[in-house]
Design a protein around this ligand. Structure first.
Ligand code: FHN
Length: 452
C-alpha cells in the first residue's frame, strides 16, 4: 500500500526484535499526529534528497602529517588519533571562501532533489551554525565566520528545497561525553540537558525555518540510554511538532527502533526486511564514492548508470534516496559529484513522473528492469534491458484493467501500438534504445468507474 494512503491510525516505527536473535518483530504502535503524517507524506512523495557531510574533517581530507588515515574522511579525528587541541586548529583553515549556498541548493534542485540534509554537528562536535551554547562553531572559530546553516536555510527557502538537519548524539569534543575524557567528572545527563537540548532548540525552534526532518546519528555509545532517546524523541515533538525523527535515536538500534522513518545506510533493503514493512517510510543514505566527508584520495565514483539505476531501484521498493556529497574545505564540491548529480537531473527531467509521488512495484523486480506505479491508473516500466523488437509483458495483478495508452515518457505525445490478449500485452518499441541507462514506458489504464 502506498504510504500516503495509510489511514489516520498511522503508526510510528517502534519496532523491537525479539530477544535471542529471533527474526520475529514486535511493533509498539504509536499514534502519529496529523502534523507528522503530513510531513511523512511530503517525505515519501519527494523520493530524492541531498546529504551533505561538511566540517573540519574536510581540511585534512584523509591525511594527517603527510600520512593517509584509512577509513571514512569524517572519522579522521578518531582514526588518526589526532589530539583535540590540534584538531581544533583545523578551524583556522576551514575557510570556505568559495562556499555559495545558492549554488549548492541550485545543484540539488537541478539534480531533481527535493530536500537537503546537512551535518549541523558530526561526531567531532564542530557546529556549522552560530550556537549560543558553545564557541566551537563556524562563526566563532573560522576566518570567514559565516553561519552555514543560516545561509543554506535562506537559499533553500528561495529555491523551494526543504532544509533538513543531521545531529550527532555522540560528541568527541564535549568533555561530558567524549571518549577521551572518561573520568568521574563526566556527566552524560548534563550533556543531554544543558547542551543537546538547547542546541536542538536553536536548530528546530524557528530561527532556520520549519525543519521537516531531524536525522540523529552516533547513538551506539554505552552512556546513551534508551530512556534518553525516548526523552529526545518526545522533546522534538514538543519543540517542533511537524518534524519527523529518524530511527537512530535509540541506543539499542537496530534491536529497538524509535522514530518515524528508517534509514538503511549504503544498502537498498529488500522490502519487507526484518524491520521495514511495505508502506513504512524509509530512505537509503548513500555515498557517491566511498566516503561521506571529503577525502582527497577517494576516486571510486559511482557511474551515472549506477546512480540513476539506484534511484529507480529504491523508488521501486517504496523508499527515498538521500545521496551524499562531501564538499571541500573551501566550499567547492568535487567535480565528479557535480557531474553525477547533473546526469541524474537530466534523467529526472524526462522521467521524474515515474519517481516522485510513486509507489513500489506491484510485481517486484523484473529481469528487464523495475516498476513503479502512480495512483491506480499508471504503471511505469523502467527498462534496463531494451528489447530488440517487441516488448512482452504479463500484466499479472493489473490484468483486469483496460489499457488506455502506452507511451515513452520522453515522447508522451506518441502512443505505442499494443496488442492485448488476456493477461499479456505486447507492443513494438522504437530502435535504437532511447536511453541505455533506463528508458521509461508508461502504461495508462482506464480509471475504475465509481459505482453509483
Ligand atoms: O559514523 C557515521 C558516519 O560518519 C556517517 O555520518 C554515516 C551517515 O549515515 N552515519 C554514521 C555511521 O552509521
Amino acid at each position: 500500500m502506498k504510504p500516503t494512503m495509510r489511514g489516520v491510525m498511522l503508526c510510528a516505527v517502534m519496532v523491537s526484535l525479539a530477544n535471542g536473535g529471533e527474526s520475529g518483530k514486535i511493533d509498539y504502535p504509536q499514534e502519529l499526529s496529523a502534523e507528522k503524517q503530513q510531513t511523512l507524506e511530503w517525505f515519501s512523495e519527494s523520493r530524492f534528497g541531498m546529504f551533505i557531510h561538511w566540517g573540519l574533517y574536510s581540511v585534512p581530507a584523509g591525511e594527517y602529517h603527510g600520512k593517509k588515515v584509512d577509513g571514512i574522511g569524517e572519522w579522521i579525528m578518531k582514526r588518526g588519533n589526532i589530539p583535540t587541541e590540534e584538531y581544533e586548529q583545523f578551524a583556522e583553515q576551514f575557510d570556505p571562501v568559495k562556499f555559495d549556498a545558492d549554488a549548492w541548493v541550485t545543484l540539488a534542485k537541478d539534480a531533481g532533489m527535493k530536500y537537503m540534509l546537512i551535518t549541523t554537528k558530526h561526531h567531532d562536535g564542530f557546529c556549522l551554525w552560530d550556537s549560543p551554547t558553545t564557541d566551537y562553531d563556524v562563526v566563532d572559530r573560522t576566518p570567514d565566520g559565516q553561519d552555514v546553516i543560516k545561509a543554506l536555510s535562506k537559499a533553500c527557502k528561495k529555491h523551494d528545497i526543504q532544509l533538513c538537519l543531521y545531529y550527532s548524539v555522540l560528541d568527541w569534543h564535549h568533555p561530558d561525553v567524549s571518549y577521551r575524557n572518561r573520568d568521574a567528572k563526566q556527566d552524560f545527563n548534563r550533556y543531554v540537558q544543558t547542551y543537546m537540548k538547547p542546541q536542538l532548540k536553536e536548530l528546530l525552534g524557528g530561527e532556520y525555518g520549519m525543519i521537516p526532518m531531524i536525522w540523529f546519528d552516533g547513538f551506539w555509545e554505552e552512556w546513551w540510554k534508551p530512556e534518553m532517546g525516548k526523552e529526545i524523541y518526545d522533546y522534538i515533538k514538543e519543540i517542533s511538532p511537524s518534524t519527523i525523527v529518524n530511527d537512530r535515536i535509540s541506543s539499542d538500534f537496530p534491536r529497538t527502533i524509535i522514530g518515524d522513518y528508517v534509514t538503511p545506510e549504503q544498502n537498498i533493503p529488500s522490502v519487507p526486511t526484518s524491520n521495514i514493512k511495505v508502506g513504512d517510510f524509509w530512505e537509503t543514505v548513500l555515498t557517491m564514492n566511498n566516503t561521506w566527508g571529503y577525502r582527497k584520495d577517494d576516486n571510486s565514483w559511482k557511474s551515472d548508470r549506477e546512480l540513476i539505476r539506484t534511484l529507480i531501484e529504491v523508488a521501486s521498493r517504496g523508499g527515498n534516496l538521500t545521496l551524499n556529497i562531501g564538499p571541500k574545505a573551501d566550499g567547492t564540491i568535487p567535480q565528479p559529484s557535480v557531474d553525477g548529480l547533473n546526469a541524474m537531473g537530466r534523467w529526472l527531467k524526462v522521467n521524474g513522473e515515474a519517481v516522485y509521488g510513486t509507489s513500489h512495484s506491484p510485481i517486484g523486480m523484473m529481469p528487464w528492469g523495475r516498476l513503479t506505479t502512480k495512483g491506480d491508473d499508471k504503471v511505469f516500466l523502467h527498462i534496463f534491458e531494451w528489447p530488440r523488437d517487441r516488448f512482452n509483458m504479463r500484466l499479472e495483478q493489473m490484468s483486469g484493467r483496460k489499457i488506455k495508452r502506452i507511451y515513452l515518457l520522453e515522447q508522451p505525445e506518441k502512443s505505442l501500438e499494443f496488442v492485448r490478449s488476456g493477461m499479456e500485452v505486447r507492443f513494438a518499441v522504437p530502435q535504437p534504445c532511447p536511453d541505455p541507462i533506463a528508458t521509461v514506458i508508461a502504461i495508462e489504464f482506464e480509471t475504475k468507474r465509481k459505482n453509483k
